[in-house]
Design a binder for this molecule. Structure first.
Ligand code: AMP
Ligand code: ZN
Length: 126
């Protein structure tokens, strides 16, 4: 895991402020490395975001040192999806989206994973 002093929180970043509790959020989960919260504009009946507490701007910024962190994030997602009410695979399941960069549709430049699920049809595509 990277040390937290390598990528400190960015005071101007929306998701760093949410992690710090400066901006309120509806918390789904928290541990030493991650914070998860409900998306303010849900695109599906279940829609939450998982962010690393470290300020990493996007997936495009990942290096070898983030391998363990990202592995933890990928295994956290299915666990939280079930806890939040997604039905089990294969009938249920969930969608994971990591928008990256402007053409990738990223609006908040703090790496985050959208986790969406629940009965279809959903409101819109993320
Ligand atoms: P992206 O387009 O991948 O950068 O997604 C950013 C997401 O953050 C969008 O789905 C927004 O609805 C969500 N969002 C923005 N501000 C907040 C907030 N204050 N609390 C929760 N979700 C937010
Ligand atoms: Zn940030």
């Amino acid at each position: 895991m990277p040390s937290s002093d390598q990528q400190p929180e960015l005071p101007t970043c929306l998701f760093c402020k949410i992690v710090a509790g400066v901006i309120p959020s509806h918390k789904v989960y928290e541990d030493e490395w991650f914070y998860a919260f409900h998306d303010i504009h849900p695109a599906a009946p279940i829609h939450f975001l998982i962010v690393p507490k470290l300020h990493i701007p996007s997936m495009a910024h990942l290096t070898e040192e983030h391998t363990a962190l990202m592995g933890q994030m990928m295994t956290l997602a299915p666990r939280l999806a079930l806890e939040q009410g997604c039905r089990p695979y294969p009938e249920g399941g969930f969608r994971i989206v990591c928008n990256t960069g402007t053409e990738g549709g990223q609006e908040v430049h703090h790496l985050h994973m959208h986790v969406m699920g629940g009965p279809r049809p959903w409101a819109r595509k993320q």
